[in-house]
Design a binder for this molecule. Structure first.
Ligand code: TYD
Length: 213
């Protein structure tokens, strides 16, 4: 495996996390637009990815393909490995001087696969991946999230209130564990309207990047 300067990651790699319907996808897009408008080169990306492994994961999440939960944990880790180290991946972008903003990363696996197959395996599979410089964890009542995603046409196997409640609890536990390992994790109140969530994010990210709002 190639060696990289992990400070490059720390300084320019930002991740947004939260349960389904928390609004991470919208906010990742908005943050990317803001940073690009301010002249930053910025890769806006997401997990599961659009590559082969990510597509396979999507068919499993849709309920079309059934595999055991531990297989899903391995697939997410494989998708992440490619996302980080593969062609046009996160490392390549960071090395070129770009910022990277990802909708989900390691903490998603610890929370979701931690819920479906216990925390040991996801922890093991993800322990070698580098920490981002900043993780923004959305906190929103799962009932609000489920109401937000109810109207979506494409349903996924994880989208039930009971499951999302368990994932939310696991997010908290795992965020605590990662913070103890030195990850910087900031909470965002995702229950507010899009603009006020955007303002919360911008004030944290701008301070992290060292420039004025
Ligand atoms: P999501 O961000 O909801 O994508 P989309 O809005 O395009 O459907 O991600 C899909 C699901 O994948 C979501 O339920 C969370 C889940 N997931 C995991 O279970 N483990 C992981 O490691 C990642 C990255 C996502």
């Amino acid at each position: 495996m190639p060696t990289y300067n992990t400070d490059e990651l720390k300084n320019r790699f930002i991740v947004i996390e939260g349960i389904d319907g928390a609004g991470t996808t919208t906010q990742v897009r908005l943050l990317g637009e803001t940073l690009i408008a301010r002249g930053f080169s910025c890769m806006v990306t997401a997990e599961p990815t659009m590559n082969h492994i990510g597509q396979l994961i999507r068919t499993i999440l849709s309920g079309e393909d059934m595999v055991v939960p531990t297989t899903v944990a391995h697939l997410f880790a494989a998708d992440r490995n490619e996302h980080l180290y593969g062609k046009n991946g996160i490392m390549e972008s960071l090395k070129s001087g770009s910022l990277v903003i990802s909708d989900r990363y390691v903490l998603s696996s610890l929370a979701y696969q931690g819920t479906t197959c216990g925390h040991r395996l996801p922890w093991l599979l993800n322990s070698a991946f580098p920490a981002p410089g900043l993780t923004l964890l959305f906190e929103v009542d799962p009932e609000i999230c489920i109401a937000r995603i109810r109207s979506r046409l494409k349903k996924e196997i994880y989208e039930t209130l009971e499951f999302q409640r368990r994932v939310q609890t696991m997010y908290e536990r795992m965020a605590y564990r990662l913070s103890n390992k030195g990850w910087r994790i900031e909470r965002i109140d995702g229950s507010k309207d899009i603009e006020s969530v955007q303002r919360q994010i911008e004030s944290i990210v701008f301070a992290f990047l060292g420039f004025e709002c």
